[in-house]
Design a protein around this ligand. Structure first.
Ligand code: FES
Length: 85
């Protein structure tokens, strides 16, 4: 989808129902902070799994992953409540 400034954006639905657009390529932790969502973190290097989130049913590590490009405008995010570390 095109945002207000004519740039590609994806509409992210966060836990609790808050919706916030983000540009593809934006780090997930940055997108979460912009939406006021706190994602637990640990190593910040992709190895511990503390920051795992579920994006449209796929688990990603928010500290090393970015908002993906794609044809569908919307992304649904769930945050793990019990990180396994
Ligand atoms: S904070 Fe450890 S994998 Fe992301």
């Amino acid at each position: 989808m095109r945002g207000a400034r004519g740039v590609d954006e994806r509409l992210i639905t966060w836990p609790g129902g808050r919706c916030q657009p983000a540009r593809p390529g934006t780090p997930w932790l940055e997108a979460a902070a912009a939406a006021g969502v706190s994602i637990p973190t640990g190593c910040l290097g992709g190895s511990c799994g503390a920051c795992e989130i579920e994006v449209n049913g796929e688990i990603v590590r928010a500290c090393v992953a970015v908002v993906p490009h794609g044809k569908a405008a919307g992304l649904m995010v769930a945050v793990a409540v019990d990180p396994h570390w």
